[in-house]
Design a protein around this ligand. Structure first.
Ligand code: GTP
Ligand code: MG
Length: 202
């Protein structure tokens, strides 16, 4: 997809202060440092639209970006940030879950998972929570440039096998790399078809 405009709109912790919920919206979430902000920059063809950092815990607010004037992408803080205090973690959990549960134009949540790791309890539990609440999500494996094709295949099969222990059906799965730009078109194709269905049904 051609990106004609990509602008940062607002950061906050309060869903009532998010932009008007009049356009299809997609949120990016996952463990701290998994590559959420980098993926947003990659799909938007911008180097520093979303702030990235090699130190976990960079994104701490709900950040809205408006793309091509018709789609909101949202960069969220990561979960599982070891250095955050209990109080901070509790605060994030409340505002993130309030956002995920109440934002009525949120069409899908991209759950980012580091492709190098074996299935982690924290991610599996997070997706179970989304499932229980009926919040639509897809899985996006990140940093695939960091491992070879056979290791990647092995990890993907392992992940799917693990998920099928609790899920009857798997959500769509995307493979991405912010370094090589792998997966960009697939993400936009998914967004375009999801938004089209939503707008047609309106
Ligand atoms: P928080 O906001 O702290 O939760 O992190 P985040 O999930 O937004 O991660 P961020 O995009 O800031 O990236 C974390 C680190 O991973 C940075 O050093 C990025 O350069 C690196 N990184 C992100 N995506 C990729 C990727 O696809 N490939 C490689 N090699 N590095 C990546
Ligand atoms: Mg971030």
């Amino acid at each position: 997809m051609k990106i004609t405009s990509a602008e940062f709109l607002i950061s906050n912790t309060d869903i009532s202060k998010c932009p008007e919920s009049d356009k299809p919206e997609y949120a990016f979430i996952g463990r701290s440092n998994v590559g959420k902000s980098s993926l947003i920059n990659m799909v938007c063809e911008r180097k520093s639209l979303a702030k990235t950092s090699s130190t976990p815990g960079k994104t701490q607010l709900i950040n809205h970006f408006l793309i091509n004037e018709d789609t909101y992408l949202v960069d969220l803080p990561g979960y599982g940030f070891a250095k955050a205090s209990k109080k901070e973690k509790a605060k994030w959990e409340i505002f993130i879950h309030t956002y995920l549960n109440q934002r009525d134009n949120l069409l899908c949540t991209f759950v980012l998972i580091d492709s190098r790791l074996s299935p982690q309890k924290i991610d599996l539990e997070f997706m179970e929570k989304l499932g229980k609440k009926g919040i639509p999500f897809v899985i996006v494996f990140t940093k695939i440039d960091k491992l070879g094709s056979s290791a990647l295949k092995k990890n993907m099969l392992h992940y799917q096998k693990e998920m099928l222990k609790t899920w009857e059906e798997l959500p769509p799965i995307f493979l991405t790399s912010a370094s090589t730009k792998y997966g960009k078109e697939e993400i936009w194709n998914f967004i375009a078809s999801t938004s089209k269905d939503y707008l047609n049904a309106k």
